[in-house]
Design a protein around this ligand. Sequence first.
Ligand code: AMP
Ligand code: ZN
Ligand code: FE
Ligand code: FE
Length: 292
Amino acid sequence: MGSFADFHCHSTFSDGRLSPTQLVDLAYRNGVRIFAMTDHDIGDGLTEAFEAAGRYRDFTLIPGIEMSTDVPGNEVHILGHFIDWHDEPFLRRLDLLQESRLNRAREMVEKLVTLGKPVTWEAVEAFAGEGAVGRPHIALALMDAGHVSTVNEAFDLYLSRNGPAYVERDRLSPEEVVALLLSVGGIATLAHPRELYASGNLDALLATLKRAGLTGMEVYYQDYLPAEIETLHAIASRFELIPLGGSDYHGLGGPQQREPGNIPLPLEPVDAYLTVARERGALHRARIAHVR
Ligand code: AMP
Ligand code: ZN
Ligand code: FE
Ligand code: FE
């Protein structure tokens, strides 16, 4: 059941519930040996993740990030792997994104007050901790205040894209995000394309992003069904994208949740992805363990 690699997970540095160390340990326990931590719009947790990975002889850690962007009608999340996350202009760009996340979260809290479902900013801050604030933190505050009983319910009633408390983020275009990731030596993969596919926007986006330098697309993801995987795999092939995978584990529960490594990602695309990294001279930014 367990996959050898997992390219998508969140820690407390964004909206995950486990610290980078706990996340690395859980991935290792689950049999994952090639792992990317990909917090939302922030790389700060990677220092701790590398320290944690250093305790294992046979564990490869890839520095990653998940960047939020959108097209009309859909959110678009793009994963960057093998990034130079110390790059100064990149860090400044991420700082601006953190600031806009904060302002936007405040606006969502105000909307909830207007909707008669008040949460305090202090509660949101407490759930967010030091890292990038996001809607899951507001969802936890809604649970804490007794307005909802699960994170999924908070999204369904208030926080989803069409929900009454939703506020948009500052937007970079998907092409800009791919260019930004490439500018720091990253390799870019489109995350969780289910909704994009359902709304008929996937082909057009992939055509654009392929030109911008996209390398992969997540095909093996959370609760994606075999038939869905097959469809997405065919689309990835058509655009000559590597069919990658990740659990997107947050530790927030819900029926869609999968633990690190609990995805049917085969080895072949993993090897193909690492080959791209080698060819681009990006491997050295990962901690590579020679296990095979
Ligand atoms: P944000 O970055 O603040 O826009 O929040 C995005 C995060 O919210 C995603 O990474 C998911 O973890 C979570 N999320 C988005 N939509 C839903 C949903 N419908 N149900 C539960 N969690 C969601
Ligand atoms: Zn998230
Ligand atoms: Fe995402
Ligand atoms: Fe994610």
